[in-house]
Ligand binder design. Structure first.
Ligand code: ADP
Ligand code: MG
Length: 265
């Protein structure tokens, strides 16, 4: 279970969430994407209906609706599921403030959902796509998942804000979720022709040698076109450079998971 977070907007959180999730599902895993951003971009990219009347993650967080009642299958990829976000979620940030157990509501819902799964239909990966802020929605995600997955845009200012994010993760770890840690970092919108991109990439790899994926995602028009077709680039143009790099990142993630399981057994 991974929270995809970075409090900067437009760095590729949603794009990374949906494409890594789709790549893992295409390889045979069962994957759930929880859309926790009121903009609902992950829901759109996965071709999931999320107009105002659709049962959504808002109902789960605010009304205690079981997660299973809002999860929809993604029409294009077998084994890929999405708990959509509707515009209601914009109000949840404030509504949550006065609710009991406001930080742990998502964690409870996901735990109940996973426990309710039958053998043979178990979810292998859960990705939570966060809004670009550190409000109660993101805090709920940090409490629900142990792993944090940070996409970093290879541009100037990329590292600005990262130390703030790490501080916040440390706070949540100390107070709400002792197992929380940054497990994965993916360099996105990488343009190998510019020195700046290479410098940012080098700096990230130096600071986070174990977490940073070897694959970096290039800037690609196909990646940015896919959502307007209600698709991930994994189905929209599977042979494009963007799709191949997301596939590589997903492979690395699956390898790490397999190694982790081996070490535990
Ligand atoms: P976030 O969720 O962090 O706000 P998004 O994933 O929505 O960021 O990406 C922001 C914008 O950049 C979107 O329009 C998306 O289509 C585009 N984008 C993301 N990754 C790439 C890429 N590798 N190449 C080109 N455009 C990209
Ligand atoms: Mg987003």
């Amino acid at each position: 279970m991974l929270t995809v977070a970075n409090q900067k907007g437009g760095v590729g959180k949603t794009t990374t969430t949906v494409n890594v999730a789709a790549a893992l599902a295409q390889a045979g895993a069962r994957v759930l994407v929880i859309d926790l951003d009121p903009q609902g971009n992950a829901s759109t990219a996965l071709g999931i209906d999320h107009h105002a009347e659709i049962p959504s993650i808002y109902d789960v967080l605010v009304d205690g609706t079981p997660l299973t009642d809002v999860v929809q299958p993604c029409p294009d990829v077998d084994g890929l599921f999405c708990a959509p976000a509707t515009i209601d979620l914009a109000g949840a940030e404030i509504e949550l403030v006065s609710l009991v157990a406001r930080e742990t509501r998502l964690a409870k819902a996901v735990t109940a959902y996973l426990e309710g799964q039958v053998e043979g239909e178990r979810i292998d990966y859960v990705f939570i796509d966060c809004p670009p802020s550190l409000g109660l929605l993101t805090i709920n995600a940090f409490v629900a998942a142990r792993e944090v997955f940070i996409p970093i845009q290879c541009e100037y200012y990329a590292l600005e804000g990262l130390s703030q994010l790490l501080k916040n993760i440390e706070l949540i770890k100390n107070h709400l979720n002792p197992g929380l840690h940054v497990s994965s970092i993916l360099l996105t919108m990488f343009d190998g022709r510019t020195r700046l991109a290479s410098q940012v990439a080098d700096e990230v790899r130096t600071h986070f040698p174990d977490q940073t994926f070897r694959a970096a995602v290039p800037r690609s028009v196909r990646i940015s076109e896919a959502p307007s077709h209600g698709q991930t680039v994994m189905t929209y143009d599977p042979n494009s450079s963007g799709a191949l790099s997301y596939l590589e990142a997903a492979n690395e993630m699956a390898d790490r998971g397999a190694r982790g399981e081996k070490e535990q057994s």
